[in-house]
Design a binder for this molecule. Structure first.
Ligand SMILES: [Mg+2]
Length: 435
């Protein structure tokens, strides 16, 4: 299967430029609240030569590029666009997997056999995105997700890079080991200490060295360096779990990135809340389920002051439980459930959201869109909705780091062998959080 990774160029900043003509051609910096301290959420391509990038402190950005237009981000708008983009891709193929708010994998059917044929479709998608939304996208194409994802970063903005495994090796073998998808700073550091500094050096590293250093994951890492990857594409309209008032997800890769976990948690809270509303329930007890890469599982609960079916109230509690119980180890599974349920009509009511018509309307609109698109279309909301400017949402517990685009570098870190799992489980009380 040929896979495309479509990655929007400077997404938030480009959306603002598309919607506000006076911003076009100028350095634009999207942030939480321009009047306050915070971080850069997105920087337009015009701002980047000044050294401004997402995640940078706003203060620093102002020093580097005082003449930029500082724009307060509008997450609801970006979410809406993100969903429209997914809609656009599904007109080409049903196999669309959202990867972040501005990236999606698009799997082409068996009739598309060559990189050239895939590139034709890629160009068409780029033209369509430009025509309909006035936005640029960069596309990577490859025989698997790994190659597609890494290829998408080769040429930006409005680039298109199609690589077969041979082309992949040509492009990436000379590059730094950290350009490998899934190799974050920690893993890269470990590899450098073994003398593996480039992707090519990883590809040619001896078996015994990789096994000794990384266990069973070692040989897999080397496969990645050869451009091989058999991770399946999971279209977002599948995999629904409609059988409980909780949702949990086994992450496609063990993940120790805080922002990604928070995003996933938000998606889960939102799914649970939406299901509760759909079935006419409210609830009071929020449970977080957390399983780490060693299969150590933690369940923690907290009781809410009132009954609710609102993600805006469930999520902060789940988040607080995550912060209190996560020790930084790579996470394998996350779950959120709500218990102590009552029929919404019978539950003690309180005017919690008086004056929140706008947020109510937005939530209902998003519910409708997602009812149509499927649960996983909420994925791109993950890292985003917690930036909503809802005054009543106690999101102050989020670190500024969570405002930066989620980095997915937790990646392919050690998934233990079955034997190692058994050992780990035996060694620990399953309810205990490792130190
Ligand atoms: Mg992007």
């Amino acid at each position: 299967m040929m896979i495309l990774l479509v990655d929007m160029d400077a997404f938030f900043a480009s959306v603002e430029q598309a919607h506000h003509p006076h911003l076009r051609g100028k350095p634009v910096i999207v942030c939480g609240d321009p009047g306050r301290r915070g971080v850069v959420t997105a920087a337009s391509y015009e701002a980047r030569p000044f050294g401004v990038h997402a995640g940078m402190r706003l203060q620093e950005a102002r020093r580097l590029c005082p003449q930029a237009e500082y724009v307060e981000g509008d997450p609801a708008k970006y979410v809406g666009l993100s969903l429209q983009l997914l809609d656009l891709y599904t007109r080409y193929t049903p196999d669309v997997e959202p990867f972040s708010v501005d990236e999606a994998f698009v799997g082409l059917g068996p009739e598309v056999r060559t990189l050239e044929q895939a590139a034709v479709i890629g160009r068409e998608i780029q033209r369509e995105i430009d025509r309909r939304f006035g936005l640029g996208a960069s596309i990577g194409i490859g025989p698997n997700k790994l190659v597609a994802k890494m290829a998408s970063g080769v040429e930006k903005p409005r680039g298109l890079t199609a690589l077969d495994p041979e082309g992949f090796r040509e492009v990436f073998w000379p590059r730094d080991i950290q350009t490998m998808w899934g190799v974050g700073p920690k893993l890269a550091e470990r590899m450098r200490s073994l003398g593996i500094k480039t992707v090519g050096e990883l590809a040619r590293a001896p078996d015994h060295l990789l096994k000794a250093a990384f266990g069973i994951i070692g040989p897999q890492l080397r496969e990645c360096a050869w451009g091989e990857d058999d991770t399946p594409l999971v279209p977002y309209h599948r995999g629904l779990d409609a059988k409980s008032m909780g949702h949990e997800v086994t992450l496609t890769e063990d993940c120790d990135d805080r922002a990604s976990l928070e995003g996933t948690l938000l998606r889960l809270a939102d799914q649970v809340a939406r299901r509760m509303r759909g079935e006419g329930y409210v609830g009071r007890t929020v449970t977080l389920k957390l399983r780490d890469h060693r299969f150590v599982t933690v369940l923690r609960q907290r009781v809410l002051p009132d009954f609710t079916a609102e993600a805006e109230r469930i999520y902060p509690v789940a988040l607080a439980l995550l912060h209190a119980n996560w020790n930084g180890a790579a996470v394998r599974l996350l779950g959120v459930s709500v218990s102590q349920l009552a029929r919404a009509a019978d539950a003690p009511q309180r005017e919690l959201f008086a004056g929140e018509d706008r947020s109510q309307r937005l939530r209902e609109a998003l519910d409708r869109v997602r009812d149509r698109l499927g649960e996983a279309s909420v994925v791109p909301l993950g890292t985003l909705v917690h930036r909503r400017r809802l005054a009543h949402v106690p999101f102050g517990t989020l670190s500024s780091r969570a405002l930066a685009p989620a980095k997915r570098d937790a990646g392919r870190n050690a998934r233990p062998s079955p034997r190692a799992r058994v050992r780990a489980n035996r060694a620990r009380d399953p309810g205990e959080v490792p130190p």
